[in-house]
Design a protein around this ligand. Structure first.
Ligand code: DAT
Ligand code: MG
Length: 140
């Protein structure tokens, strides 16, 4: 399996509780390298673009509101099989279904406020990374 990159967001519920380092510890323990990272406040437009695939879902409005409610930390993670590896490290979308030791099991407050985002495929990872990072901000 080749070295791969995935896109991560430490969400507002986690930054509000000062959990950036705690989430990063799980990421690094999973064998993923943080090759780009910045703390930003997402605009409504950025959040709507980022989650456009969920536009028709009933939770879309509250999702955009939540993602713009406070600072987030956007990241690029690198490693073997990084997309799947980070999905495993995050755990299920619904924290009550997430496995022990995962970011969402440890830290998520609810299915909506679930502490972390990770890309679902290499193709979406490339699109998501390009939305938030220019090439020279990623240092592998
Ligand atoms: P994931 O973030 O695990 O990839 P997803 O892509 O299905 O999950 O949904 C994106 C985000 O939308 C998810 O992290 C939290 C929110 N969300 C999903 N399902 C929800 C629901 N039933 N109620 C409220 N928010 C939800
Ligand atoms: Mg998703």
């Amino acid at each position: 399996m080749a070295i791969e990159r995935t896109f991560s967001i430490i969400k507002p519920d986690a930054t509000a509780r000062n959990l950036t380092g705690a989430v990063n510890a799980v990421i690094e323990k999973a064998g993923l390298r943080i090759v780009a990272q910045k703390r930003i406040r997402m605009t409504k437009e950025q959040a709507e673009t980022f989650y456009a695939v969920h536009k028709a879902r009933p939770f879309f409005g509250e999702l955009v509101e939540f993602m713009t409610s406070g600072p987030v930390v956007v990241q690029v993670l690198e490693g073997e099989n990084a997309v799947a590896k980070y999905r495993d490290a995050m755990g299920a979308t619904d924290p009550s279904k997430a496995a022990d030791g995962t970011i969402r099991k440890l830290y998520a407050k609810s299915i909506g406020e679930n502490s972390a985002h990770g890309s679902d495929a290499p193709e979406t990872a490339a699109i998501e990374i390009a939305q938030f990072f220019s090439g020279n901000e990623i240092v592998g």
